[in-house]
Every structure is written in structure tokens, then in C-alpha cells.
Design a protein around this ligand. Sequence first.
Ligand SMILES: Nc1ccn([C@@H]2O[C@H](COP(=O)(O)OP(=O)(O)OP(=O)(O)O)[C@@H](O)[C@H]2O)c(=O)n1
Length: 408
Amino acid sequence: MTEIIYNSDWFQAKGLRNIVDALSKENDGLRIVGGAVRDSLLGLSVSDVDLATKLLPKEVMGRLERAGIKSVPTGIEHGTVTAVSDGKNYEITTLRRDVATDGRRAVVAFSTDWKEDAARRDFTINALYADAYTGEIFDYFSGQHDLNLGVVRFIGDAEQRIAEDYLRILRYFRFLARFGTGSADQEALAACAKGAHGLTALSRERIAQELTRLITLPNPVFSVQLMVDHQIFAPFLPELDKAAVERLPSILDREVQHKLAVSLPARLLTLLPRDQVIVDRVSARLKLSNRLREQLTNRVSGDLPTENNIRELAYRKGTSCAIDTAALYTNSNVFALCLKRLLNWDVPVFGIKGGDVIAMGVPAGPMVAKTLHLLEQTWINDDFPATDDLLTKSHQIVVELLSATKKA
Ligand SMILES: Nc1ccn([C@@H]2O[C@H](COP(=O)(O)OP(=O)(O)OP(=O)(O)O)[C@@H](O)[C@H]2O)c(=O)n1
């Protein structure tokens, strides 16, 4: 186990080594903790490295400064300093024990006891530490055992851990989807259900971020089903569509079968009815980014996709939007036909401009835009013919249009 950590690229990274050299003047003062240790033991890639230390935040900042490493007091009242080393951020947090909490924010006291620090963390698999010099693992709550079995277990009393931070409910289901083996502990589920009301007190951004991370995992179905069964969505997503638990697996199947990239908007929309008002309301409540809101709106507004209109949808709203809507709202036959229509088809550019129709005899003014609109729609209805055919046909249409206008 020690070798796995010690030989990892992230452990030997220059940025981390510089920090370790700057801080770790005494033994037992600095350890890696949480996701980096957990993921590394599973052979997964590690992107974020968090450190825990017995040193007080001021001392951490002082030592980093003397070593020429930039540090930012990102959460100094909770003991967290972010070091920027070799272009990467590392969060360094002084060991803590909780003294009070309102479920959103813990009031903490600093500690020098590793087990005390471990005891205030959420799950056994997240309370694994690795010595920052040797990579030696410290496991106070059988986290490695649980990791090997795919068990997500709260440390100590689940209700208490949840009351310290209600976001842990959503984290529970996310980690279950990532590491679980398809079973969940009834006591933990009951504690999550009991604490779910507390989710309303959390910042919407934190909820949206967790939900996004869960829903875009390779297989969130088991967790989502459990969350539906235990009414976990009710406090922040009462609009949850009953069909969600069927639509989500169908999207996943289609993504895998047709090698489609995971689409966040499509995954989120599996949870909601196809109703723009509701989607807008949820987007506002969860404070989703403008870009994501637009993507969601594009996917619920307009006609349902069919084999006949799928290219028009792709032309007007983009290929990924067209594929998503087909994946979300059509049966498997129609979906396959839609995909076939989009395969090897590059969305073309309409080749006629205002100047072209004026050159064809349309008088400058409002008639230009109207004519362009008509020509574009005809081009779409004719299944996007190439520019030469488009020009010939456009000429005919303009001639007919002008003679009809003259007669009128
Ligand atoms: N509500 C929370 C959030 C975090 N943690 C602790 O803080 C560590 C770091 O948290 P975070 O970076 O959010 O998660 P990771 O465990 O690193 O995993 P991932 O990045 O995959 O979410 C966790 O491992 C856990 O020990 C916790 O106890 N309770």
C-alpha cells in the first residue's frame, strides 16, 4: 500500500515535494488526506491533493513564504491555507475537531491528534491519511477495508455526521455511485432520509455542484433510484419527474451503445418533465450558469425530434442538442434513425446573403429578410442541397415571388 502511494506521479510531483520540504521539519507533522489517498489506492488518477498538518495556519504560511512558495489564506478561520506550488494548488488544513455546528458550517478547534481529525470527516474511505514523506498509510476507521468492499460508511453516527454538514447526504449518494457495489446500508439511508430537510439550508451552488457530479458519473442509476425512494430530491427538486428512473438508464445505455460523450444537460433533464417553465424554475433555484440554462432550454423547447426534422434541429440548435433531445424524448427506433441522419453529416452553412437576393432583383428593404427566411426554410425542407442547387432553386423562387408581388 505504501509503495502504491510513494511511487505515484502525484506523490512525487515537484509541487508537492517542495511543500513537504518547506513544512515537514518534524516527523509526523504532515500527511496527505482524503480523495488523493482513496483514489490512488484504487489505481485511479489523482487531480486534487489535500494535506493535513499539526502546524497552525500562521506557521504554515510563514514556512511556505520562507521557502518562496505562494500561499493564500482561503479558509483561515477553519485552518485552511492554499499553497500554489509548481503551478498547482494544494489545500493545507490544520488538524481540527468540531466544537459546534449549524449543519452548514462547523465551528472548529485546532488539534494535534490525527484520530480526532479523522473522526470529524464524513466517510471511512475519506479518512485515510498517507505520510507526506514515506507514503505510509494511516487508517483509523477501517477505510481500506470498506474501500476494498465498495462500502460507503459514515464515520460513527450517521445522523450526527449529517447534522454537521447536510451536503454529506448528497456526497453519500455520489460516493455510493462511484465506489459502491450496488448495495447500501439501511441505517445510512434512514439517516439521509431523516436529514434531507436540512438540504434546503445549503447554498444552491453547493447542491447544484454535488448533483452535477453525481449525475455525470458513469452509473448514477442505483443512487438516483435510492434518492427517489427515500425522498432526498424533495427539498431541492420537488419537480422531479416520476419517469426519471426510467429515462436515466435509457440515456446511459444510448451513450454507451453509440459511444456518445456524457452530456450534462441531457443527464439533468432526465430528472425533469419536458416543460420549459419547470426547467426555468429549477435552473433559477439551483442558480445554474447562463450557458447551462440555455442548453437546457434548447433541449426542452420546440418540436419533438423525428427522423424528418432532426437535421433541422441540428442546424438550428447544434448537433449535440439534437442528439440529446432525440436521446431524451424518442423511442429507440426513432433515436437510431435520427442518429443515422446525423452520422457523417456536417451542419452546413446557408450560402445566401442579403446582397445575393438584392442581386436577384429583390428591392432593398424589409423584403430582403423575408425572402432570405423563405429561401432558408425551403433549403431546410429540401434537406440542405449544395450551394449550386440552392442558388438555382433560389433564383426560381425569387422570380416567382417577384412576379406574384407585381400581380398583387
Ligand atoms: N462535507 C465534507 C466534505 C469533505 N470532507 C472531508 O474532506 C476531504 C476532502 O474533501 P473533497 O475535496 O470535497 O472531496 P474528496 O474526498 O477529495 O473527493 P472528491 O474530490 O472526489 O469529491 C474528504 O475526503 C473528507 O475527508 C468531509 O468530511 N465532509
